[in-house]
Design a binder for this molecule. Structure first.
Ligand code: SF4
Length: 452
């Protein structure tokens, strides 16, 4: 049965503290708790030591919080009233109705009215929660288990989507380990969805992301114009593979150059085999400062097992090309493929160290719902259908190593990569040359983080 509890009172009486404590108590009892604050002080995040965010968030099992912006409800309430009045009394437009509403928002009682609408909305939202189970594209997670996957509708023409409401963003992006990576205000922009490749560990299919679709170059530029008008100059392109459809990518990069947009761009997903000398130079000219590559392994046997479709020589050539063009490279590696031996893991660490990479991330293989590896493991009875994320572990027949051994290799890889004096010297030199000495701090912070 649903229960709604109100914590009311003037400032400083402990509404937030008491409501959080009670919500925590209920969630421990396995009751599902949604804690909403309409207090303009917005102190839930402060008390819970969280960075502010928009919308609701599950902060621990069974416990969701949301800080409602009453200003938004006030605006919406006034807007709705204004529309109704205009409809009923058309002559009011003559007497400048909009201006009156600018004044009405300061009238005593309006905020309280907006609060009541906010509460109505919350209660409706709670009632609607079961609707989510029927919505296409919604994946329902119950604790560590999957309790439902609703196939998504694939939107083919991304140009038809409205430009996201970037002006509503309140969070600041572009920080890693609490350090600023970018030199100016940063946000993410999506120019395409999905990926036509079929790497065996990749879970793209589950969210319909195995179907590649792209916004036109003109649409992307329109979106970039919008974000730059809002003062953003640092952009993370969040696509899985920005360079698929090279003609489109080149058109976007050329427009950025021609329009002198002065951007600083981080490409979060680029396939090694889509980079050549000319695109590398064009990317540099357009303001690309960093690229993340899925390198996965230093063993050709493991790459072939994953159906990655790239080879070690290609990887070496492309990482070197980026370094020569002064573009930061981040290499992502995975350890624990079922065919992977101790020697393969050691080769991966050695290979990572031999490349002029600026950062390396070493992951333990996860069998994620929707991936070919996960499907095969489910059909072999090694994974239950409702387990959506399972670490490779020999005790479950998913790799040759125990999870503990893989963690040990992961740590060894990090220490070996980041504590290599040649790497440290190279990064320090490049950070000074690029006038980005703060990035040298990353190496230090990363290293501290790893050692912990
Ligand atoms: S790992 Fe990357 S290239 Fe491979 S299928 Fe997934 S998104 Fe595509």
């Amino acid at each position: 049965m649903k229960k709604i509890i109100f914590f009311l009172g003037k400032g400083g009486v402990g509404k937030s503290t008491l409501s959080i404590s009670l919500a925590h108590f209920f969630s421990q009892r396995k009751d599902k708790v949604y804690l909403a604050s309409i207090d303009p002080a917005h102190n839930l995040c402060d008390i819970l030591n969280l960075s502010p965010f928009v919308g609701e968030k599950e902060i621990k099992p069974n416990f969701w919080i949301e800080e409602i912006r009453i200003e938004d409800f006030l605006k919406k309430t006034l807007f709705d009233i204004e529309k109704k009045m205009q409809h009923l009394y058309a002559y009011l437009t003559v007497i400048n109705l909009e201006n009156m509403f600018d004044i009405i928002k300061y009238t005593p009682g309006m905020e309280e009215l907006a609060s009541l609408f906010a509460l109505k909305d919350i209660v409706k939202k709670l009632d609607d929660k079961d609707f989510l189970k029927k919505l296409q594209g919604v994946i329902i997670k119950d604790g560590e288990k999957l309790s439902g996957i609703n196939k998504p509708i694939i939107i083919k023409n991304l140009d038809k989507l409205p430009v996201p409401a970037y002006h509503l963003l309140r969070s600041r992006y572009g920080k890693f380990f609490d350090l600023e990576f970018f030199s100016s205000k940063c946000t993410g922009v999506e120019t395409s969805r999905g990926c036509p490749f079929r790497c065996r560990f990749c879970s793209r299919e589950i969210a319909g992301m195995n179907v590649y679709r792209a916004k036109s170059a003109e649409r992307v530029i329109r979106e970039l114009d919008y974000v730059t008008d809002l003062g953003y100059r640092s952009i993370v392109i969040i696509d899985d593979n920005f360079l698929i459809g090279k003609t489109r990518a080149e058109k976007i990069l050329r427009s950025i150059i021609d329009r002198k947009m002065g951007l600083e761009i981080f490409l979060q997903g680029v396939r090694i085999d889509s980079v050549d000398d000319s695109i590398c130079k064009l990317m540099k000219k357009a303001g690309v400062v960093a690229i993340a590559f899925g390198i996965e392994s230093g063993s050709q046997k493991v790459l072939d097992f994953y159906r990655k479709g790239i080879d070690l020589e290609q990887i070496r050539r492309v990482v070197k090309l980026c370094a020569e063009n002064d573009i930061y490279t981040i290499g992502n590696f995975i350890m624990g493929a079922p065919v992977e031996t101790r020697k393969d893991i050691e080769n991966t660490i050695r290979f990572a160290k031999s490349l002029p990479l600026d950062f390396s991330l070493f992951f333990i293989l996860e069998y994620t719902a929707g991936s070919d590896l996960w499907k095969a493991a489910v059909s072999e009875g090694k994974i239950d259908e409702d387990e959506y994320r399972v670490y490779a572990d020999s005790s479950r027949g998913l790799t040759k190593f125990s999870l503990e051994e893989l963690k040990h290799y992961q740590k060894k890889a990090y220490i070996s990569f980041y504590a290599d004096p040649r790497y440290m010297l190279r990064e320090l030199r490049s950070a000074i040359k690029r006038n980005r000495t703060h990035l040298a701090k990353y190496v230090y912070v990363l290293f501290k983080h790893i050692l912990r």
